[in-house]
Design a protein around this ligand. Structure first.
Ligand SMILES: [Cu+2]
Length: 145
């Protein structure tokens, strides 16, 4: 006889995993010393994969909702995968090019609670102006939703 309890458990898991909608976004290192997606909006539990389509770049986190526990820094020219669990703004950049403006933002759950902490992160003049531009883009998409 068929085990209906097992079938029910299996179906429940299917529904739960569908409701989770965990997605994966891919971001490339481009020829212009930039990331192909500069402002990524995701939900908690989603994954971002950085792909080294261009040489000489990596991913280093400068800020996040928990400044004492940030995602790891990637090796140069290596793919990098991070699952984002905490809501808030994450700021990352390329270790050698961040001060030239190679920066990216990840906004998890449209949560801007740590905006002031992100704004206080120190960069060169170019880095600062790029960060301000990216934050504007991030917040503009927030108000249009
Ligand atoms: Cu770089």
């Amino acid at each position: 006889m068929y085990n209906y309890t097992k079938l029910f458990t299996f179906l429940s898991l299917l529904i739960l995993s569908k409701a989770g909608f965990a997605e994966t976004i891919q971001i490339e290192f481009t020829e212009d010393d930039a990331y192909s997606i500069q402002v990524a909006h995701i939900n908690a539990g989603d994954t971002i994969e950085w792909l080294p389509k261009n040489e000489g770049h990596n991913v280093e986190f400068f800020g996040g909702p928990d400044m004492t526990s940030m995602p790891p820094t990637s090796e140069m020219d290596e793919p990098h995968t991070v699952v984002f669990k905490a809501s808030g703004i994450y700021l990352y950049g390329c270790t050698p090019h961040a001060d030239m403006g190679m920066l990216g933002l990840v906004i998890v759950d449209n949560d801007f609670h740590n905006l002031n902490a992100i704004k206080k992160i120190q960069f060169s003049r170019v880095g600062r102006s790029v960060l301000q531009r990216l934050l504007k883009i991030a917040q503009a998409s927030l108000s249009s939703k």
